[in-house]
Ligand binder design. Structure first.
Ligand SMILES: *Cc1c(COP(=O)(O)O)cnc(C)c1O
Length: 368
């Protein structure tokens, strides 16, 4: 063959232009202390009881659906299980949005996959910046509802760590009534369970709630998430989902994680994380390189440093991997820190404290 064919030219234009989501794993790093993906620091133990791998799995494994419905206080027909909450974010787009015609709304700074998924499906994105208190700008949402079929609201919000107020959530649901789906991403709700919106499903037929086993359930590697919604919305999404979205071992372990014992273990992890979070907030507050520690209802803390690049790179070189949030609007000099084990929290504080002292010495030699 004489000419070199560039396959890239075959790809859809939006895919050629797409900047992929940089997951913590893709970003790499050579760490001992991983505080960049909001994972739990230790692996829960499970047995494989389902060994019938010669057979295709159930599309919606009944035990998993029933147990999640019981856990959420809903009926099984209000629950869909998928390959992580990330797949549910995509399924909503594919179920409700016409490419090239409809649009989605989300409110940066927030979770990156809403934008990436909308882009890959050719659905327009209306980004309505959150206000200074990280609450959604209701007036701007109201003024931008043309062609909008889907509104993603993350509460508690990643990466800022705050809850969206229930009055803001209600106002958005009212604005979207009869015209758009409102998807409330509750990936971190186990750290603040009293703030779930599941009991609003009776009132709002266009409300969808996204959940995951990746965070408080400590199963990010399992890839298992849930959609909670009216039976009608679940039925529509079941038309779109792949025939076998969950591998048999995934369903097997998810069912174990959702037993009474599994839920108790999750709640104990949440208590441990909240105690470590208080320790970390307190210690960070005292450090001179720290400008602001944002309040958190989650298993991570957003922190504004005087020089985030310096902190991020120096800790990275020491094997402590944090998440740089500076590419998000309004988050200049901000890093997101997952709350790890107590020992990881202590090592982090020791490392930043050493940086503070080093920085002070540099300043003293420069300005004696
Ligand atoms: C981690 C996360 C998800 C993805 O959850 P998976 O179930 O692991 O796909 C979704 N939304 C938010 C806000 C998250 O932080």
């Amino acid at each position: 063959m004489s000419t070199v064919f560039d396959v890239t030219s075959l790809a859809r234009e939006n895919i050629r232009k797409l900047v992929p989501y940089m997951s913590a794993r893709r970003l790499g790093g050579n760490g001992d202390i991983w505080l960049n993906a909001n994972e739990y620091h230790a692996a829960p133990d499970f047995q494989f009881s389902e060994k019938t791998l010669n057979r295709y799995p159930e599309c919606q494994p009944a035990a998993v659906i029933q147990r999640y419905a019981d856990y959420a206080g809903l009926l099984p027909e209000q629950v869909l299980v998928s390959r992580g909450a990330d797949e549910a974010i995509e399924l909503l787009l594919r179920t409700f949005c016409e490419p090239g015609k409809d649009a989605v709304i989300f409110c940066p700074p927030t979770y990156g996959m809403y934008g990436v998924s909308a882009e890959t499906f050719g659905v327009a994105q209306k980004k309505i910046l959150a206000g200074s208190d990280w609450q959604p700008n209701i007036t701007a949402i109201k003024n931008n509802l043309d062609n909008v079929k889907l509104i993603y609201i993350c509460s508690p919000n990643n990466p800022t760590g705050n809850l969206i107020s229930s009055s803001a959530l209600r106002q958005i649901l009212e604005l979207a009534s009869n015209r758009a789906i409102v998807a409330i991403d509750e990936a971190y709700i186990e750290f603040s369970p009293q703030n779930t919106t599941t009991h609003w499903l009776k009132e709002y037929p266009h409300l969808v709630i996204l959940r995951t086993l990746s965070k408080a359930f400590a199963l990010a590697g399992l890839r298992c998430g849930f959609t909670l919604a009216s039976a009608d919305i679940i039925a529509l999404m079941l038309k779109v989902i792949a025939p076998y979205p969950l591998a048999t071992p995934v369903a097997d372990i998810a069912a174990q994680a959702l037993t009474a014992q599994g839920i108790r273990a999750m709640q104990e992890r949440v208590e441990e994380t909240i105690a470590n979070r208080a320790y970390l907030q307190d210690a960070l507050d005292k450090l001179i390189l720290v400008e602001k520690v944002f309040p958190s209802e989650t298993n991570y803390i957003l922190v504004r440093f005087t020089n985030a690049d310096f902190v991020f790179r120096t800790l990275w070189d020491q094997g402590i991997i944090l998440r740089d949030q500076q590419k998000q609007p309004e988050l200049e000099n901000c890093l997101r820190i997952t709350v790890g084990s107590r020992s990881e929290c202590e090592q982090l504080i020791t490392a930043i404290d050493a940086l503070c002292k080093q920085n002070q010495q540099v300043q003293e030699t420069e300005n004696p």
